[in-house]
Design a protein around this ligand. Structure first.
Ligand SMILES: *[C@@H]1O[C@H](CO)[C@@H](O)[C@H](O)[C@H]1NC(C)=O
Ligand SMILES: *[C@@H]1O[C@H](CO)[C@@H](O)[C@H](O)[C@H]1NC(C)=O
Ligand SMILES: *[C@@H]1O[C@H](CO)[C@@H](O)[C@H](O)[C@H]1NC(C)=O
Ligand SMILES: *[C@@H]1O[C@H](CO)[C@@H](O)[C@H](O)[C@H]1NC(C)=O
Ligand SMILES: *[C@@H]1O[C@H](CO)[C@@H](O)[C@H](O)[C@H]1NC(C)=O
Ligand SMILES: *[C@@H]1O[C@H](CO)[C@@H](O)[C@H](O)[C@H]1NC(C)=O
Ligand SMILES: *[C@@H]1O[C@H](CO)[C@@H](O)[C@H](O)[C@H]1NC(C)=O
Ligand SMILES: *[C@@H]1O[C@H](CO)[C@@H](O)[C@H](O)[C@H]1NC(C)=O
Ligand SMILES: *[C@@H]1O[C@H](CO)[C@@H](O)[C@H](O)[C@H]1NC(C)=O
Ligand SMILES: *[C@@H]1O[C@H](CO)[C@@H](O)[C@H](O)[C@H]1NC(C)=O
Length: 573
């Protein structure tokens, strides 16, 4: 089955017997051949957007030079390996690089997941918008300066893009994709990735391209492993993880427990409760876990919301970071090691891979290191009660972990202390015999990395939280139609702080969407409906504050206000 088709089939089995089954949000097609019922269709192609990239974070000036990478039309690509193209590194030096992906599509089509890899190192995880008859187009720009060593010295020189799509008589949308790299000679605007890029990037991914380089994880006991070795003069290691969830776990934060499904004789596979986290193991040692940000794809919950502003992160899925420097004491022996990735309570399927960023001592062939301390505390409590199709399911989880280790290099003997903390709360409440559904999930994560040595201390903290609330009410109608009344409140809050000597840098981000609406649906399609989305984005640091507020109703942008200010505004959650 294609990636997003899977989730689709499951929605409508329950709805045929809507009185006995709680509908699950799933992928739907927006009105396409019903142009008179909403104002969504227009005669010319429409630009879609995820208004999350203020110019102050990406260079606003034209690039000094560009490198076209590939141009391809993804038609019937189901079950095919990624499309590849040879990559030759730029011949001139550069200091910043931005990956540019442009996509256009017209016709009828579901949303699809996609990724870009260079020699198995993932550079971008993205998803597509559902097209219209007149067509839609968009572009994604992502800073990729941190992959400098790979971009300049690719071991194999192959760019791969995976976008599994199905084209037939009904689903006519072909995704046309252009991919290029923009290079900048001088720093110019302050780069958000101001730190020195890694000297080596090791993919933690599938060896072969057959079904994409991402690992497919099918259940909570299914782990995937990659073997690797690191140079003997490594002094820092950071793991960057790419994640997306599909099939029965696409809306994992809304899933009821299996006991509820069983008791009511339901056939849905969307169960296992509403708690998920992915975790990483290094040579058998737990190295951290993260609750992923709940990205909603453009066919999700109410597809009328996602035109032309898509859900938070849908065009550029967030990546996650785990500091692995404290583990160098295990890894610096010139032997082969193993990183494993799994999903707590996961059900099919998750697409996960990772890049191990490695920094090398330029003045020495040998660094030495030792793991000093590892500790983990976990608590998880589940409180479930149900009366036939009504049910209240609460989960609270907390996880704290600490790691420390020293590394002796030409920079001195530095001790790295890492602490990760997650607080997770979830409430899934079904009332009105399962036809009304209330979901509230919040994940709060704090990460601290402290490096100390003779030269002083540097400290970096990163705090994030992402509450999501989804309310759906289903009213069954005649002829297998149903009306779904939906509302969504979804936010991402981030706060980043780093200090080293006299240098202090702080920034924050608030990215929020409030959406509501209704739709009349039958079978796999939305027949009519109305929806509005209110999107606010605000980024601030010592120098400036950027904010953008976009209001959308039924596919039309009503207002789009941008303010660029200066000076850090007081900010608290
Ligand atoms: C891709 O590039 C070609 C050639 O420049 C252009 O004609 C086409 O419109 C581009 N497509 C997209 C989706 O940007
Ligand atoms: C390495 O390069 C060869 C030849 O270009 C290509 O066929 C192969 O898919 C590449 N392997 C990876 C992992 O990118
Ligand atoms: C988990 O998934 C793996 C891979 O598909 C499979 O081999 C294994 O039997 C599954 N385990 C359970 C408990 O379902
Ligand atoms: C589920 O099926 C069993 C066996 O057919 C039956 O005894 C039970 O009453 C059913 N439960 C519900 C809630 O329909
Ligand atoms: C620490 O590393 C430096 C630089 O590589 C080396 O000169 C020194 O001998 C090392 N110290 C110890 C105690 O190994
Ligand atoms: C590095 O520092 C730690 C703690 O300060 C110490 O235990 C260790 O022996 C030192 N290592 C070297 C090579 O000096
Ligand atoms: C679940 O919803 C019902 C009806 O709205 C409400 O009475 C109840 O308090 C809710 N339960 C929780 C735990 O919020
Ligand atoms: C489920 O809750 C509704 C109110 O939301 C109530 O009318 C109904 O009787 C309840 N069903 C059961 C089996 O308790
Ligand atoms: C349901 O379908 C029947 C037969 O096609 C039709 O006569 C009736 O008007 C339909 N009802 C609605 C509400 O569309
Ligand atoms: C955008 O600015 C206009 C003019 O100042 C104002 O009327 C409108 O309410 C603003 N829209 C939003 C969503 O803030």
């Amino acid at each position: 089955m294609p990636l997003f088709h899977l989730s689709l089939l499951l929605l409508f089995t329950p709805l045929l017997s809507a009185l006995t089954l709680p509908p699950q949000p799933s992928h739907l097609l927006r009105p396409y051949s019903h142009s008179d019922s909403t104002s969504l269709s227009s005669s010319s192609p429409q630009q879609y957007l995820d208004p999350t990239f203020p110019s102050l974070l990406l260079p606003s000036t034209p690039p000094d030079f560009s490198l076209p990478l590939l141009s391809h039309s993804f038609a019937y690509t189901y079950n095919l390996p990624p499309f590849t193209s040879p990559y030759s590194p730029p011949s001139s030096p550069w200091s910043r690089a931005v990956l540019c992906l442009s996509v256009s599509c017209a016709g009828e089509q579901y949303d699809r997941i996609a990724a870009v890899w260079l020699d198995r190192v993932e550079l971008l995880r993205t998803s597509t918008a559902e097209p219209t008859e007149a067509g839609v187009f968009w572009s994604v720009r992502k800073e990729v300066t941190r992959y400098k060593s790979l971009l300049n010295n690719p071991p194999n020189g192959t760019i791969a893009v995976m976008l599994e799509n199905i084209v037939d008589d009904t689903f006519t949308g072909v995704y046309h994709v252009n991919l290029s790299l923009d290079f900048y000679l001088s720093e110019g605007d302050e780069s958000r990735e101001s730190k020195k890029p890694a000297d080596l990037i090791i993919p933690i991914a599938e060896e072969k391209a057959d079904t994409g380089f991402w690992f497919r994880i099918h259940n909570g006991s299914h782990m995937r492993f990659a073997q690797f070795g690191i140079p003997s003069n490594t002094f820092r290691a950071v793991l960057e993880i790419f994640v997306s969830f599909h099939g029965n776990d696409e809306f994992w934060y809304t899933n009821p427990p299996d006991s509820y499904i069983k008791k009511n004789n339901l056939t849905t596979g969307r169960g296992n409760g509403a708690f998920r986290e992915f975790f990483v193991i290094v040579d058998g040692h737990y190295a951290g876990s993260i609750v992923p940000f709940p990205v909603v794809f453009t066919g999700g919950i109410n597809p009328l919301w996602w035109a032309p502003v898509v859900a938070l992160g849908a065009f550029n899925l967030p990546t996650y970071t785990l500091e692995l420097t404290p583990f160098l004491g295990i890894l610096l022996d010139r032997k082969s090691h193993e990183i494993g990735i799994g999903v707590t309570d996961g059900i099919s399927f998750w697409l996960i891979d990772a890049n191990l960023h490695i920094w090398l001592d330029p003045n020495s062939d040998l660094t030495t290191a030792k793991v000093v301390n590892q500790a983990k505390e976990t608590s998880i409590s589940r409180d479930y009660s149900s009366q036939l199709l009504n049910g209240t399911f609460e989960i609270k989880a907390e996880r704290k972990s600490y790691f420390s280790g020293w590394v002796n290099s030409s920079f001195g003997n530095l001790t790295t202390y890492v602490s990760n903390k997650i607080e997770f709360n979830s409430l899934v409440n079904f009332t009105n015999n399962g036809k009304d559904k209330f979901v509230l999930m919040n994940a709060n994560q704090n990460r601290l990395v402290k490096i100390s040595g003779d030269g002083g201390i540097s400290l970096e903290t990163y705090d994030s939280k992402y509450p999501i609330q989804v309310i759906t009410k289903t009213v069954p109608g005649e002829n297998d139609t149903f009306t779904l009344i939906t509302s969504l409140s979804h936010s991402l809050y981030e706060e980043h702080h780093c200090e080293s000597g006299n240098e202090v840098h702080a920034s924050y981000l608030i990215d929020r969407q409030e959406a509501d609406g209704w739709m009349l649906a039958q079978d796999h399609s939305v027949l009519s409906g109305s929806a509005s989305t209110w999107q606010t984005y605000e980024y601030g640091d010592e120098d400036s504050v950027y904010s953008r507020v976009v209001q959308v109703k039924d596919g039309v942008i009503l207002s789009d206000n941008v303010t660029d200010g200066s000076g850090l505004r007081h900010f608290s959650w």
